[in-house]
Design a protein around this ligand. Structure first.
Ligand SMILES: [Zn+2]
Length: 247
Protein backbone atom coordinates (compact mmCIF):
# COMPACT_ATOMS: atom_id res chain seq x y z
CA UNK A 1 0.00 0.00 0.00
CA UNK A 2 2.71 2.38 1.11
CA UNK A 3 4.98 1.26 -1.74
CA UNK A 4 2.28 1.70 -4.38
CA UNK A 5 1.55 5.23 -3.07
CA UNK A 6 5.24 6.05 -3.37
CA UNK A 7 5.27 4.69 -6.91
CA UNK A 8 2.18 6.75 -7.72
CA UNK A 9 3.89 9.86 -6.41
CA UNK A 10 7.01 9.04 -8.36
CA UNK A 11 4.98 8.42 -11.49
CA UNK A 12 2.99 11.63 -11.16
CA UNK A 13 6.17 13.60 -10.47
CA UNK A 14 7.80 12.04 -13.53
CA UNK A 15 4.71 12.71 -15.62
CA UNK A 16 4.67 16.35 -14.48
CA UNK A 17 8.36 16.66 -15.36
CA UNK A 18 7.70 15.21 -18.82
CA UNK A 19 4.81 17.64 -19.29
CA UNK A 20 6.94 20.58 -18.22
CA UNK A 21 9.83 19.49 -20.41
CA UNK A 22 7.45 19.02 -23.31
CA UNK A 23 5.98 22.46 -22.79
CA UNK A 24 9.39 24.08 -22.54
CA UNK A 25 10.51 22.33 -25.72
CA UNK A 26 7.55 23.23 -27.88
CA UNK A 27 7.22 26.58 -26.16
CA UNK A 28 3.59 26.29 -25.18
CA UNK A 29 4.19 27.55 -21.64
CA UNK A 30 3.29 31.23 -21.49
CA UNK A 31 6.36 33.43 -21.60
CA UNK A 32 8.82 30.66 -22.44
CA UNK A 33 8.23 30.63 -26.18
CA UNK A 34 11.11 31.58 -28.45
CA UNK A 35 10.38 34.54 -30.73
CA UNK A 36 9.20 33.69 -34.21
CA UNK A 37 12.31 33.49 -36.43
CA UNK A 38 11.59 35.66 -39.47
CA UNK A 39 14.01 35.81 -42.39
CA UNK A 40 13.30 38.98 -44.37
CA UNK A 41 14.79 38.83 -47.86
CA UNK A 42 14.74 42.29 -49.41
CA UNK A 43 16.78 44.50 -51.67
CA UNK A 44 16.72 45.71 -55.23
CA UNK A 45 15.49 48.71 -57.20
CA UNK A 46 13.07 51.62 -56.74
CA UNK A 47 12.92 51.53 -52.93
CA UNK A 48 14.97 52.63 -49.93
CA UNK A 49 15.23 49.02 -48.80
CA UNK A 50 17.72 49.62 -46.05
CA UNK A 51 15.85 52.48 -44.39
CA UNK A 52 12.31 51.11 -44.50
CA UNK A 53 12.31 47.35 -45.11
CA UNK A 54 15.44 46.65 -43.10
CA UNK A 55 15.83 49.25 -40.36
CA UNK A 56 12.26 50.43 -39.76
CA UNK A 57 10.45 47.11 -40.18
CA UNK A 58 13.04 45.11 -38.25
CA UNK A 59 12.93 47.53 -35.29
CA UNK A 60 9.14 47.58 -35.28
CA UNK A 61 8.79 43.79 -35.51
CA UNK A 62 11.47 42.96 -32.95
CA UNK A 63 10.01 45.48 -30.48
CA UNK A 64 7.05 43.11 -30.09
CA UNK A 65 9.32 40.63 -28.31
CA UNK A 66 7.43 37.92 -30.21
CA UNK A 67 9.36 38.20 -33.47
CA UNK A 68 13.08 38.01 -34.20
CA UNK A 69 13.82 39.33 -37.71
CA UNK A 70 16.96 38.91 -39.76
CA UNK A 71 17.21 40.96 -42.94
CA UNK A 72 19.40 40.10 -45.91
CA UNK A 73 19.52 40.39 -49.69
CA UNK A 74 18.90 37.48 -52.08
CA UNK A 75 22.58 37.03 -52.95
CA UNK A 76 23.45 36.77 -49.25
CA UNK A 77 20.78 34.21 -48.36
CA UNK A 78 21.93 30.61 -48.03
CA UNK A 79 19.94 27.39 -47.96
CA UNK A 80 20.70 27.18 -44.22
CA UNK A 81 19.31 30.69 -43.66
CA UNK A 82 16.06 29.67 -45.34
CA UNK A 83 15.87 26.36 -43.48
CA UNK A 84 16.42 28.04 -40.10
CA UNK A 85 13.54 30.45 -40.60
CA UNK A 86 10.08 29.86 -39.17
CA UNK A 87 8.59 32.39 -41.58
CA UNK A 88 9.99 33.96 -44.75
CA UNK A 89 9.19 37.59 -45.48
CA UNK A 90 10.01 38.45 -49.09
CA UNK A 91 10.13 42.03 -50.36
CA UNK A 92 13.10 41.73 -52.75
CA UNK A 93 12.87 42.66 -56.40
CA UNK A 94 16.45 41.80 -57.29
CA UNK A 95 17.44 38.38 -58.57
CA UNK A 96 17.98 35.28 -56.47
CA UNK A 97 21.21 34.14 -58.14
CA UNK A 98 21.35 30.67 -56.58
CA UNK A 99 18.71 28.25 -57.91
CA UNK A 100 19.23 26.13 -54.77
CA UNK A 101 18.01 29.05 -52.62
CA UNK A 102 14.91 29.40 -54.80
CA UNK A 103 14.34 25.65 -54.37
CA UNK A 104 14.78 26.02 -50.59
CA UNK A 105 12.08 28.71 -50.56
CA UNK A 106 9.68 26.40 -52.41
CA UNK A 107 10.61 23.58 -50.02
CA UNK A 108 9.99 25.89 -47.05
CA UNK A 109 6.40 26.38 -48.21
CA UNK A 110 5.92 22.70 -48.99
CA UNK A 111 7.14 21.81 -45.49
CA UNK A 112 4.28 23.82 -43.99
CA UNK A 113 6.28 26.88 -42.89
CA UNK A 114 4.65 30.21 -43.58
CA UNK A 115 5.47 33.14 -45.83
CA UNK A 116 4.56 36.81 -46.17
CA UNK A 117 5.02 38.52 -49.52
CA UNK A 118 5.37 42.28 -49.24
CA UNK A 119 4.92 45.13 -51.77
CA UNK A 120 7.79 44.66 -54.32
CA UNK A 121 7.65 40.95 -53.50
CA UNK A 122 4.22 40.91 -55.17
CA UNK A 123 5.52 42.22 -58.50
CA UNK A 124 6.31 40.00 -61.51
CA UNK A 125 10.04 40.31 -60.80
CA UNK A 126 11.57 37.15 -62.17
CA UNK A 127 10.90 35.72 -65.63
CA UNK A 128 13.08 32.72 -64.74
CA UNK A 129 11.01 31.89 -61.65
CA UNK A 130 7.37 31.78 -62.79
CA UNK A 131 6.32 29.48 -59.93
CA UNK A 132 7.12 32.24 -57.44
CA UNK A 133 4.12 34.19 -58.74
CA UNK A 134 1.92 31.32 -59.87
CA UNK A 135 2.28 29.04 -56.85
CA UNK A 136 3.48 31.19 -53.93
CA UNK A 137 1.87 34.58 -54.68
CA UNK A 138 -1.19 33.41 -56.60
CA UNK A 139 -0.55 36.15 -59.16
CA UNK A 140 1.33 39.43 -59.29
CA UNK A 141 1.46 43.09 -60.25
CA UNK A 142 2.72 44.65 -63.47
CA UNK A 143 1.73 48.22 -62.69
CA UNK A 144 0.50 50.64 -60.07
CA UNK A 145 -1.17 54.02 -59.73
CA UNK A 146 1.07 57.04 -59.51
CA UNK A 147 2.20 57.38 -55.88
CA UNK A 148 -0.53 59.13 -53.89
CA UNK A 149 -3.19 58.81 -51.25
CA UNK A 150 -5.93 56.20 -51.50
CA UNK A 151 -8.31 54.32 -49.27
CA UNK A 152 -7.85 50.70 -48.22
CA UNK A 153 -11.04 48.97 -47.09
CA UNK A 154 -11.37 45.67 -45.24
CA UNK A 155 -14.13 43.47 -46.60
CA UNK A 156 -15.78 42.70 -43.26
CA UNK A 157 -13.73 39.62 -42.47
CA UNK A 158 -12.59 38.85 -38.93
CA UNK A 159 -9.50 36.97 -40.16
CA UNK A 160 -6.55 37.16 -37.71
CA UNK A 161 -4.54 38.93 -40.40
CA UNK A 162 -6.66 42.09 -40.05
CA UNK A 163 -7.18 42.01 -36.27
CA UNK A 164 -6.91 45.52 -34.81
CA UNK A 165 -6.81 47.14 -38.26
CA UNK A 166 -9.38 49.90 -38.96
CA UNK A 167 -12.23 48.90 -41.27
CA UNK A 168 -10.89 51.49 -43.71
CA UNK A 169 -7.91 53.82 -43.69
CA UNK A 170 -6.14 56.31 -45.96
CA UNK A 171 -2.52 55.73 -46.96
CA UNK A 172 0.00 57.37 -49.30
CA UNK A 173 1.52 54.56 -51.29
CA UNK A 174 1.53 52.89 -54.70
CA UNK A 175 -1.81 51.23 -55.39
CA UNK A 176 -0.65 47.94 -56.88
CA UNK A 177 -2.58 46.39 -59.74
CA UNK A 178 -2.33 42.90 -58.26
CA UNK A 179 -3.99 40.41 -60.62
CA UNK A 180 -4.74 36.90 -59.36
CA UNK A 181 -3.44 34.21 -61.72
CA UNK A 182 -6.45 32.20 -62.86
CA UNK A 183 -4.14 29.19 -63.28
CA UNK A 184 -2.30 29.84 -60.02
CA UNK A 185 -2.99 29.22 -56.35
CA UNK A 186 -6.34 30.83 -55.50
CA UNK A 187 -6.36 33.77 -53.12
CA UNK A 188 -8.85 34.98 -50.51
CA UNK A 189 -9.06 38.77 -50.50
CA UNK A 190 -9.30 40.50 -47.12
CA UNK A 191 -8.88 44.16 -48.12
CA UNK A 192 -9.07 46.12 -51.36
CA UNK A 193 -8.46 49.55 -52.86
CA UNK A 194 -10.01 51.14 -55.92
CA UNK A 195 -7.81 52.77 -58.53
CA UNK A 196 -9.25 55.97 -59.95
CA UNK A 197 -6.75 55.75 -62.80
CA UNK A 198 -7.95 52.26 -63.76
CA UNK A 199 -11.48 52.50 -62.34
CA UNK A 200 -10.92 49.05 -60.92
CA UNK A 201 -10.68 47.47 -57.46
CA UNK A 202 -7.58 45.48 -56.55
CA UNK A 203 -6.63 43.15 -53.66
CA UNK A 204 -4.35 44.81 -51.08
CA UNK A 205 -4.33 42.24 -48.28
CA UNK A 206 -4.98 38.59 -49.06
CA UNK A 207 -4.31 34.98 -48.20
CA UNK A 208 -2.79 32.66 -50.83
CA UNK A 209 -4.57 29.34 -50.33
CA UNK A 210 -1.45 27.19 -50.74
CA UNK A 211 -2.35 23.55 -50.08
CA UNK A 212 0.48 23.02 -47.62
CA UNK A 213 1.14 26.27 -45.81
CA UNK A 214 0.04 29.76 -44.82
CA UNK A 215 0.99 32.58 -47.18
CA UNK A 216 -0.13 36.20 -46.80
CA UNK A 217 0.16 38.98 -49.38
CA UNK A 218 0.44 42.68 -48.45
CA UNK A 219 0.78 45.06 -51.40
CA UNK A 220 1.43 48.17 -49.28
CA UNK A 221 4.86 49.52 -48.32
CA UNK A 222 6.48 51.78 -50.92
CA UNK A 223 8.13 54.21 -48.48
CA UNK A 224 8.01 55.73 -45.00
CA UNK A 225 4.42 56.90 -45.36
CA UNK A 226 3.46 53.20 -45.27
CA UNK A 227 6.20 51.81 -43.04
CA UNK A 228 5.37 54.43 -40.36
CA UNK A 229 1.60 53.91 -40.81
CA UNK A 230 0.04 52.09 -37.88
CA UNK A 231 -2.29 50.07 -40.12
CA UNK A 232 0.65 48.82 -42.23
CA UNK A 233 2.59 47.94 -39.09
CA UNK A 234 -0.35 46.06 -37.59
CA UNK A 235 -0.93 44.19 -40.86
CA UNK A 236 2.71 43.15 -41.13
CA UNK A 237 2.86 41.97 -37.51
CA UNK A 238 -0.44 40.12 -37.90
CA UNK A 239 0.62 38.52 -41.18
CA UNK A 240 3.88 37.18 -39.77
CA UNK A 241 2.28 35.86 -36.57
CA UNK A 242 -0.52 34.23 -38.54
CA UNK A 243 1.91 32.71 -41.07
CA UNK A 244 3.90 31.33 -38.11
CA UNK A 245 0.79 29.87 -36.44
CA UNK A 246 1.22 32.29 -33.54
CA UNK A 247 -1.94 34.32 -33.96
ZN1 LIG B 1 7.10 50.60 -54.43
Amino acid sequence: MKLSTTIKHLLSATFAAILLTGCATDGSLAGSRKPLAVLHIGGGASHDYNKWFNEADTAMLNATGKISTRYMEPQQATIADVRNADVLLISANKAFPDPAVRAAITAHANSGKGMVLLHPGLWYNWADWPDYNRVLAGGGSRGHDRYGEFQVALNGTNHPLVKGVPASFMISDELYYFEPDTKGTPITVLATATSKQKNKTYPQVFVVNHPKTRIAGLTLGHDGAAHNHEAYRQLLRNALMWAGHRE
